[in-house]
Design a protein around this ligand. Structure first.
Ligand code: HEM
Ligand code: HEM
Length: 178
């Protein structure tokens, strides 16, 4: 097992995955909120394709991210944090990890139940695992929409905490991920 006490930064592989997946999650959120609020047409279709491609890529990276989290050395608790703050930070991280799986899986099944094809990066079509089912699609895409708002709050809290550490506490926490 890696020694978690003496390490000051996350591993390069975790850092790369963190920033790649952060950018993809934020883009998936923006495209998701935008695409269902604009009129149908080629822009909307492209946004849907981009959204689904990002989501499927996040889902494929999720197990790799979990493996890298557990298999590479990571820093110990943030010095100077009250136990309740450390617990909150860990809780948000855990919820974000869960979202890497849950949000795309619910979106994917909801889309297949709707009867729409999922073409990833204009290259590969996801095989059909779920037949058309209007009620299931409505339920899952409703949940997917709700999940997106929960995710937005979690990411807001996460980025807010990172900025608080950087500008107010000035404890250099962000360097652990740079
Ligand atoms: C400007 C944006 C962001 C900044 C500045 C940032 C910063 C950080 C920092 C400094 C850490 C390390 C915290 C620690 O050592 O306790 C961290 C961890 C983490 N971040 Fe971010 N983050 C950002 C965006 C995101 C986004 C959008 C997501 C996911 C949707 C995300 C998911 C995570 C997760 C899951 C961890 C835990 C890492 C682990 O233990 O494996 N971050 N982030
Ligand atoms: C982590 C990845 C994902 C994120 C963050 C995300 C986020 C979002 C957001 C923010 C919306 C708009 C919700 C609203 O305003 O009600 C949305 C809608 C949607 N997403 Fe995703 N999504 C992800 C993955 C996927 C995947 C993998 C698929 C399908 C393959 C998908 C299919 C859809 C569909 C079809 C809608 C429209 C739902 C409707 O018509 O109400 N999403 N998503």
């Amino acid at each position: 097992m890696p020694d978690t006490k003496t390490i000051e930064r996350y591993s390069p592989s975790l850092k790369i995955l963190h920033w790649m997946m952060a950018a993809m999650m934020l883009t998936a959120l923006c495209t998701g909120f935008l695409m269902i609020r604009i009129d149908g047409g080629s822009l909307q279709n492209s946004l849907f394709d981009l959204h689904r491609s990002l989501g499927v890529t996040i889902l494929l990276l999720a197990p790799i991210r979990v493996a890298v989290h557990f298999l590479t050395p990571r820093p110990g608790p943030v010095p100077g944090l009250a136990p309740i703050q450390q617990l909150a930070a860990n809780g948000v991280h855990l919820a974000l990890y869960a979202a890497f799986f849950a949000q795309p899986i619910v979106g994917l099944i909801g889309t297949q139940a709707f009867g729409a094809p999922i073409l990833v990066w204009s290259l590969v079509e996801v095989p059909v695992f779920f037949q058309k089912d209007e009620a299931l699609s409505k339920l899952l895409l409703g949940l997917h929409g709700l999940g997106a708002w929960v995710l937005l709050v979690l990411i807001g809290a996460h980025i807010g905490a990172a900025l608080h550490h950087h500008f107010i506490r000035r404890d250099g926490l962000i360097r652990r991920m740079l």
